[in-house]
Ligand binder design. Structure first.
Ligand SMILES: [Zn+2]
Length: 428
């Protein structure tokens, strides 16, 4: 099933020609923006120097700090009155990044979202519940526009009021849900507490989740809890929001819409391209954005690009792996490097472990102390808890090369009050 068969299965040579034409155009558009004009002049490159796709390497990178310094409207390539909507990143780590959309930008965003949703199984017969906060955060509107474009019936339930979310699912017969994995896990637990088994008492059979890194182990647990097919969607405010890529039904990599986004994979330290199928930092260029086009954005997300010409699903657009983590989410504990994904991977292998966990870092005297708190799938007795704690501690020790404290909590014990799960709490 395709939303736009012609674009999604376009021959590679034709797709590359289209990409080059659009890359030339976006370099010209960006040259109107003082930041890019200065950056291009500094590196001695002009838009006319882009003659083939490899020439993208001549263009400057853009970082989140560059966007913040020009916030809110300094990076616009059109007049503000040509824009009809704005969104902003959550801004938890500083000034939010604001992006402005022209009418055509909203149209393109709806189109790429519709492609992603159809790839994840959405049809016009579906009842699509959207438990994401509607606001300046890009998530809810992206899914909303995309699902409407497909023709599904959208329930704009917003986030929060978890029991009501479950009641809406039951009342309207929701078949498809979106959001973030940690909230879907939380909702599953809330349903169970209400005496409703999501796998048998609800009709939700498809879920598409983004915005948080999740391991295949967590994906499998979520799929079992809800008896649904789980899809992973990738995107970021700087590109449009969600809608950059999604996995097809083969669940082997995420197709990235190359007619709208040009992807590179680079060594995070040197900025040089890495080999195909080698992990690196994803770098993205908007090819069709009018309001706020961005060249070579450093995402900090770590993944690899597949080296296959055509996927079994018939799509020709390149695939990237699931996001393994971020270049900046590494935690250093007493000199040892730890990635949250390593911990999640170990936890999710265990059948008695639930879907929610957090990593708490503190101090014991002068030493850093790592603690892992994880909910069990079902309520356990004291002795069972201690056994499971010891088992997980030993398994984590082998992977992390340090010994964390492990604490098993009852199902639902970890609070869920932010959009994205707060997996790491650093009290140092
Ligand atoms: Zn595919």
């Amino acid at each position: 099933m395709y939303f736009n068969r012609k674009s999604e299965t376009m021959a590679r040579t034709e797709l590359d020609r289209l990409k080059l034409r659009r890359l030339k155009a976006v370099a010209k558009r960006c040259y109107k923006v003082p930041f890019y004009r200065n950056a291009m002049k500094a590196s001695g490159v002009r838009p006319e120097d882009i003659k083939n796709l490899e020439d993208i390497k001549k263009l400057p990178f853009t970082t989140k700090d560059d966007l913040r310094e020009s916030a809110p409207f300094g990076m616009l390539a059109v007049k503000l009155d040509e824009c009809i909507e704005l969104h902003a990143s959550s801004g938890t780590t500083g000034v939010p990044v604001t992006v402005c959309y022209t009418r055509n930008d909203i149209e393109v965003w709806s189109e790429v979202m519709a492609r992603c949703l159809v790839m994840a199984g959405l049809t016009k017969k579906d009842i699509f519940q959207n438990p994401i906060p509607y606001g300046t955060f890009t998530g809810a509107f992206g899914f909303h526009y995309g699902a409407q474009k497909v023709g599904a019936l959208v329930i704009p339930s917003g986030m929060g009021q978890s029991e009501r979310q479950i009641q809406l699912m039951k009342y309207y017969g929701t078949t498809f849900i979106s959001g973030v994995v940690s909230y879907a896990a939380h909702l599953g637990q809330v349903a169970l507490n209400m005496g409703i088994n999501p796998a048998t008492d609800l009709k939700v059979r498809h879920g598409i989740f983004g915005s948080e890194m999740f391991t295949p182990g967590l994906k499998k647990k979520l799929a079992e809890l809800w008896n649904m097919d789980v899809y992973d969607i990738y995107g970021l405010t700087e590109m449009c929001g969600p809608g950059v890529s999604t996995d097809c039904h083969l669940h082997d990599g995420l197709h990235l819409w190359e007619d709208h986004f040009l992807v590179e994979c680079v060594d995070p330290k040197t900025g040089e391209e890495v080999e195909k199928e080698e992990y690196g930092e994803i770098v993205l260029t908007t090819l069709t954005k009018e309001g706020m086009p961005i060249l070579r954005f450093r995402t900090h997300d770590l993944a690899f690009l597949y080296d296959v010409k055509r996927c079994g699903c018939g799509r020709t657009h390149i695939k990237h792996s699931q996001i393994k983590g971020r270049t900046d989410d590494m935690i250093i504990i007493s000199g040892t490097n730890v990635f949250p994904g390593q911990i999640e991977h170990v936890l999710m292998q265990n059948d008695r472990v639930g879907l929610n966990y957090r990593i708490v870092i503190g101090k014991k005297g002068d030493m850093d102390k790592l603690a892992v708190e994880v909910e069990s799938r079902e309520k356990l007795g004291e002795q069972e808890k201690q056994e499971l704690e010891r088992k997980l501690q030993n398994e984590l020790k082998l992977v992390l090369l340090l010994t964390p404290d492990v604490k098993i909590l009852d199902p639902g014990a970890i609070p869920k009050d932010t959009i994205k799960a707060k997996r790491v709490i650093d009290n140092r």
